[in-house]
Write a protein that binds this ligand. Structure first.
Ligand code: IMP
Length: 402
């Protein structure tokens, strides 16, 4: 059996959680392969809004098991808070959530380092969750992995992390008080995390033969550390090709990468945005679409869909199928614009996504056909509103292949 990968095709916040949630209904496993608490998946279920960060989007289905793969990073206290929030929403994850023992830990130190960097003139506009520094210490080979964190030698690892940074970062107080602070903060979460840690080196080797899995990407192709708009990118790989590395997952069982794109474009943080709207127009769509960071609350920059970038993202992500979200937010716009070859093309707007007969509005249909023509992709479905059921399937698509 081959399993789908869900990736974002823009700058994150495309609504990947909606598609993953739809697939999770039939899946045995939802597996995250990159990123950490910088991600924010907002899910609307039964009038309730649930925001997940590190926890995979399969948690809302009691039968679905969830796995945080080795390519992710995790901040223990933020994770604990997330579990508490899920529990308050009546969702229990015990016995169906695992963290790979190779996942790297974000310590307060990582956040402190990022805060110093982001206060300077060369800021990236990160989520300030310490994600970049955590991947940096992973590559520096002084990071702390979850297996070590819940093991007996974790103090030694924390010392090592401190020593390696002391030599690197000027202006950061690396004294005993800092060490003690990090030690105390992390100690609080250790025992609680322990039962979640999986020590299986290849957990999906046989599971992937016949149990339906969904590989859930965080962030998006244009934020990929290699392929995105460097340096205004995140610090992990966001393309579907990373899924079998960041889990690990047998790569011959990885199926299609399905890309999620928003009908317009948003971006948080710094970086180029050629189709960005002037603030007065941006604000209207921002308010209507609730375009504020799920993780940081920052107002998102808003602009028109950029097909030059979307086409590139689909090539980079080896992705032919698009699930388009939030075209309902553009309902009522007199005209809708799309960037193609550096120019804005104007389309008549639509009053509502669906006509009275249940078919797609014809102006929206023309808009979709233009997207397909220029990207060589197929828009298989659309999100038509925030609720779980608000979806429209335009083309048949088999997510799991035998
Ligand atoms: P970092 O991932 O916190 O290092 O942030 C790097 C860049 O990626 C910044 O522009 C962030 O705003 C952006 N970013 C990271 N995660 C997300 C996300 O889930 N949605 C949207 N942007 C994100």
């Amino acid at each position: 059996m081959k399993h789908p990968v869900v990736v974002g095709l823009q700058f994150g916040d495309e609504g990947k959680g909606k598609l993953t949630d739809f697939l999770a209904r039939d899946a045995a496993w939802v597996i995250r392969f990159n990123g950490g608490s910088n991600a924010g998946h907002t899910l609307h279920v039964g009038g309730k809004k649930v925001v997940t960060h590190s926890v995979p989007s399969g948690v809302l289905y009691p039968k679905c098991r969830n796995f945080i793969g080795s390519g992710c990073v995790l901040e223990p206290l933020a994770f604990r808070k997330e579990l508490q929030e899920l529990s308050a929403a009546g969702i229990s994850v015990h016995g169906r959530l695992w963290i790979d023992y190779r996942v790297h830990l974000t310590a307060p130190l990582h956040r402190a380092i990022e805060a110093i960097r982001e206060a300077g003139s060369k800021k990236v506009g990160t989520t300030r969750k310490g994600i970049g520094p955590t991947y940096a210490t992973k590559a520096f080979r002084t990071g702390i992995r979850m297996g070590d964190f819940v093991g007996s030698s974790w103090e030694e690892k924390l010392r090592d992390l401190f020593e390696s940074f002391g030599a690197l970062v000027q202006g950061l107080e690396m004294d005993e008080a800092q060490y003690d602070f990090n030690f105390d903060v992390l100690s609080k979460a250790r025992s609680e995390l322990s039962p979640f840690v999986s020590r299986d080196p290849a957990p999906f080797a046989s599971v992937s033969e016949n149990q339906k899995c969904v590989l859930e990407g965080a962030q998006a192709v244009m934020l990929d550390i290699d392929h995105g708009t460097y340096p205004f990118v995140t610090s992990s790989h966001t393309v579907g090709a990373y899924a079998p590395v960041g889990v690990p997952f047998p790569y011959r069982r990885v199926g299609a990468s399905v890309g999620v794109a928003k009908a317009y474009l948003t971006r948080v943080g710094e970086g180029p945005f050629p189709s960005e709207l002037p603030e007065d127009q941006a604000d209207r769509i921002r308010m209507k679409g609730g375009e504020f960071g799920a993780t940081t609350g920052r107002p998102r920059r808003v602009g028109w869909l950029n097909l030059d970038e979307l086409r590139t993202a689909m090539l980079l992500g080896d992705c032919e199928h698009i699930f388009l979200t939030k075209s309902d937010i553009l309902s009522g716009e007199k005209e809708v614009k799309v960037m193609w070859q550096g120019k804005l093309h104007v389309f008549p707007g639509w009053e509502s996504v669906l006509r009275a007969d249940g078919k797609l509005d014809s102006a929206l249909e023309s808009y979709l056909q233009f997207i397909e023509q220029k990207t060589n992709g197929t828009v298989i479905g659309l999100g038509t509103g925030p609720e779980r059921e608000s979806m429209f399937w335009r083309r048949p698509f088999s997510f799991w292949e035998n």
